[in-house]
Design a protein around this ligand. Structure first.
Ligand code: ADP
Ligand code: ADP
Length: 225
C-alpha cells in the first residue's frame, strides 16, 4: 500500500527558474488498484511518478510504502525497494533499438541485487514476454517492431522482476487508438492477476478504463472517480 501525506517537491527553489511542483499531496493507493494520474502538461505527473517509483526524492511530507518510510532511507535501500517491488514503464519506451526484445527485457535483471544465472534471467525474460504475447518476437531487434509491439516489450521489461506495483508513464502516448485499447486491455489483465497499476495519462479514455482517476491541479490531488 502507498500512503502519501502532505508531500512537497520543488525544483531549484530560490533561483529564478525555481518552482514548487507538488504542494501538499495526500494520496492512498491500495494493493490491487489500477489508478490513473491525470493533469495538465507541467502539472507534476512525472515528478510524482518518479517519487512514487523511488527514482527521485521528495522535500517534505511522508511517503510510506507498505508501512516503510521512504524519505529517510539511503539510496541503496531505495534502489533495493525499486528492484524488489516495482516495475517502471518509461515514456517513449526507452528501449535499446539495436538490442533484441529478449535482451531489452533481461536488462533490469542485470541491475538487480539478486545474482542470477544467465539461464534463469533468460527464462524470466521469456516469461515476461509471454505475459504480453510477445514471446515469438524474443529474438527480433526492437527497431524491427511496430509501436504497439515496442510498448509490449517495454511493459515486459517492467514486469520481468515480478513487481507488486507497475508504474507506467503515458503507456499509450505514442499509439493509435486501436493499439492503445489493446495495451489497456493487457494492463488490465496483468492487474487482474494481482499487479497494482499506476498509470500517468493525458487520455481520458485510458483514464476511464482504470478503477480510479487522480487529477493533479495546482500541485494538489483531486480525486475525481
Ligand atoms: P508533467 O509530467 O505533469 O508534465 P513534470 O512533473 O514533468 O509535469 O514537471 C512539472 C514541472 O516541474 C514543470 O514545470 C517542469 O518544467 C518542472 N521540472 C520537472 N523536472 C524538473 C527538473 N529536473 N528540474 C527542474 N524543473 C523540473
Ligand atoms: P513528461 O513529458 O513525462 O512530463 P518531461 O518531458 O516534462 O516529462 O520531462 C522529461 C525529463 O526531463 C524528466 O526527467 C524531468 O525531470 C526533466 N525535466 C522536465 N522539465 C525540466 C526542467 N525545466 N529542467 C530540468 N529538467 C527537466
Amino acid at each position: 500500500m502507498i500512503e502519501i501525506k502532505n508531500l512537497n517537491k520543488a525544483y531549484n527553489l530560490g533561483e529564478e527558474n525555481g518552482c514548487e511542483v507538488l504542494k501538499g499531496i495526500n494520496l492512498t493507493i491500495h494493493d490491487g488498484e489500477m489508478t490513473a494520474i491525470m493533469g495538465a502538461s507541467g502539472a507534476g505527473k512525472s515528478t510524482l511518478l518518479h517519487i512514487l517509483s523511488c527514482i527521485d526524492r521528495y522535500d517534505n511530507g511522508e511517503y510510506l510504502l507498505d508501512g516503510e518510510l521512504i524519505g529517510r532511507m539511503g539510496d541503496a535501500r531505495m534502489a533495493e525497494i525499486r528492484n524488489e517491488k516495482m516495475g517502471i514503464v518509461m515514456q517513449d519506451f526507452a528501449l535499446i533499438e539495436d538490442f533484441t526484445a529478449l535482451e531489452n527485457v533481461m536488462m533490469p535483471l542485470d541491475f538487480s541485487a539478486k545474482k542470477r544465472r544467465k539461464k534463469e534471467k533468460r527464462n524470466m525474460a521469456l516469461e515476461a514476454l509471454e505475459a504480453v504475447s510477445m514471446k515469438e518476437y524474443a529474438g527480433k531487434p526492437v527497431c524491427k517492431l511496430s509501436g504497439g509491439q515496442k510498448q509490449r516489450v517495454a511493459i515486459a521489461r517492467g514486469l520481468v522482476n515480478r513487481p507488486e506495483i507497475l508504474f507506467a508513464d503515458e503507456p499509450t502516448g505514442a499509439l493509435d487508438s486501436v493499439t492503445s485499447g489493446e495495451i489497456m486491455k493487457l494492463l488490465r489483465t496483468l492487474n487482474e492477476k494481482g499487479t497494482t497499476m499506476v498509470i500517468v495519462t493525458h487520455d481520458r479514455l485510458v483514464a476511464e478504463s482504470c478503477d480510479r482517476i487522480i487529477k493533479i491541479v495546482d500541485g494538489r490531488v483531486q480525486d475525481i472517480a
